[in-house]
Design a protein around this ligand. Structure first.
Ligand code: SF4
Ligand code: SF4
Ligand code: FES
Length: 251
């Protein structure tokens, strides 16, 4: 059975904006993106919203619904009471371009900072076979659809814009973990994770994991193992002694 839903949508641009109220018809089985599209088609043709697949796979339609970071296309209207006001706002951690569309280029800059996969020099095609256990370990991380909801949720950048320079965020901690766990990757990612990507700023609150639409266990399976590897390296007495001797030899 259809009904008219009360929607409160943020309208504006980089110079500022406001929440505006709308009443929009809802049909059975619809998701929030359907209602935003109907609003666009019938009342607000200039409403800006980014989307592509409407299937939870492209990661484009990220926004905040009643203050919670979510995909617009994967949030069913049946999760709200019919008399509930549904508030839709853009992701808070990134600059607004217009209405529900934000500039997520911060994430692309961070992606470029991570050195690419580095196999041993001279390894010819077919010389190495991956074991299933190695494939399975990183499979979870490869489910990432780059919706950046985890980045938007992480308090390290959400509440502290000035941390963006030193902190790559959860999406890139899983990328670093994926490379670090790859049996053929020869780069040592641990110091880079700590020093360039700001792994130490993460206090494992798990908020990123809670909002991931792909159910990737970001904190338990990527961040905590990476932190353990950093600790193993930095506080291993042999590594410590080796660093001392090496540094002394440099001076
Ligand atoms: S666990 Fe770490 S990366 Fe994830 S939201 Fe918390 S502080 Fe951010
Ligand atoms: S890890 Fe999850 S929440 Fe983060 S960008 Fe990937 S799919 Fe989105
Ligand atoms: S439109 Fe592709 S994830 Fe929502």
């Amino acid at each position: 059975m259809g009904y008219d839903a009360s929607f409160r949508v943020w309208r504006g641009d980089a110079d500022g904006g406001e929440l505006r109220d709308y009443s929009v018809p809802v049909n059975e089985g619809e998701v929030v993106l359907d209602i935003i599209h109907r609003l666009q088609a019938t009342q607000t043709p200039d409403l800006a919203v980014r989307w592509n697949c409407k299937a939870g796979k492209c990661g484009s339609c990220s926004a905040e619904i009643n203050g919670r970071p979510r995909l617009l296309c994967m949030t069913r209207m049946s999760t709200f009471a019919e008399d509930e006001v549904v508030t839709v706002t853009p992701m808070r951690a990134f600059p607004v371009i217009r209405d529900l569309v934000t500039d997520v280029s911060f994430n692309y800059r961070k992606a470029r900072e991570i050195p690419s996969f580095t196999p041993p020099p001279g390894l010819a095609p077919g010389e190495y076979r991956m074991q299933q256990i190695d494939v399975a370990r990183s499979q979870e991380f490869r489910k990432c659809i780059e919706c950046f909801l985890c980045q938007n949720t992480c308090h390290v950048v959400r509440d502290h814009e000035d941390n963006k320079e030193a902190f790559s965020g959860p999406r890139f901690f899983i990328r670093i973990a994926e490379l670090e766990m790859h049996p053929l990757d020869t780069a040592d990612r641990r110091d880079a994770a700590q020093d360039q990507s700001g792994l130490g700023l993460c206090n494992i609150t798990k908020c990123c994991t809670e909002v991931c639409p792909e159910d990737i266990k970001i904190t338990d399976n990527a961040i905590i193992p990476m932190k353990e590897r950093v600790v193993d390296r930095r506080y291993d007495p042999l590594v410590w002694l080796g660093n001392k001797i090496f540094r002394r030899g440099e001076t």
